[in-house]
Design a protein around this ligand. Structure first.
Ligand SMILES: Nc1cc(-c2ccc3ccn(Cc4ccccn4)c3c2)[nH]n1
Length: 234
């Protein structure tokens, strides 16, 4: 999978060099390319924002640099027929909410482009232009406001990247996770069996794998009911 990221803070994504995703990049499983939007701003000050038509607080990101950036990225990936018409993801507080189902869906794609906005957002015409060269998705991490799209993109790249075959060493570990089966995950324990007068649930030391599986499922249901009843309503 190829992932392109466009941001005015490219250094933000240095963290993608480390840990799991860093290894996957080294192994060629993930091809992550981070671009500075200002590379496509040609005035002396590399301007990427301007005042909003109609007035209002803050600044809006100019369409020209975005149009050139997206054209350049799509053209560069053009030689791979499977990477045609990439999914172009714009984090936005006004987007669809990103869920594990979204991550699974996007993990099937060959080419993702993340457009990280800042200021009060990106000129709306960029989204309609992007739809002529890709499949546009405006995506929100949740109902809270961030200062830009970088944190949201990092979270989504990690959630998607770890589902790409070969990235996680033991694919079985992806199955028993929160939200994979619509429930929250069961509690985990490791040695020592007793710690600060707190014991590991005896069932987990019993060796009775059937009973352990039943107990874990019960824990998932109890936790989901207590913390996320909305997941049970679906
Ligand atoms: N789940 C999310 C996503 C975002 C997000 C994503 C991209 C941008 C680009 C700019 N801002 C700041 C901003 C503040 C106020 C209104 C509009 N935008 C962003 C915020 N916030 N929360």
């Amino acid at each position: 999978m190829r992932i392109d990221v466009v941001s005015i803070f490219p250094a933000f994504f240095d963290a993608l060099e480390v840990s799991l995703l860093g290894k996957a990049r080294g192994a060629g499983i993930l091809d992550v390319r981070v671009h500075d939007l200002r590379s496509w701003a040609h005035d002396r000050h590399r301007t990427v924002d301007d005042t909003p038509y109609g007035g209002g607080a803050g600044m809006v990101m100019k369409p020209e640099p975005w149009g050139e950036a997206l054209d350049s990225i799509v053209a560069d990936a053009g030689d791979d027929p499977a990477a045609q018409h990439p999914v172009i993801i714009f984090p936005s507080p006004a987007g669809e909410v990103f869920t594990q189902a979204t991550a699974r869906e996007l993990a099937e794609e060959r080419h993702l482009v993340f457009g990280c906005g800042r200021y009060e957002g990106i000129d709306e015409r960029v989204f309609s232009y992007a739809a002529t060269i890709g499949r546009v998705r405006l995506v929100s991490l949740g109902d809270y406001v961030l200062n830009g799209g970088e944190v949201a993109s990092m979270a989504m790249i990690e959630a998607i990247g770890r589902l790409v075959p070969g990235v996680v060493g033991n694919p079985a570990s992806l199955v028993e996770e929160s939200h994979e089966d619509g429930l929250l995950e069961y509690p985990s324990y490791t040695k020592p069996a007793s710690w600060r007068e707190r014991e590991v649930p005896p069932i987990l030391l019993s060796g009775n794998h059937g009973a352990i599986a039943t107990w874990r499922r019960e824990q998932q249901i109890e936790r989901t009911r207590d913390r996320r009843p909305d997941l049970l309503a679906e």
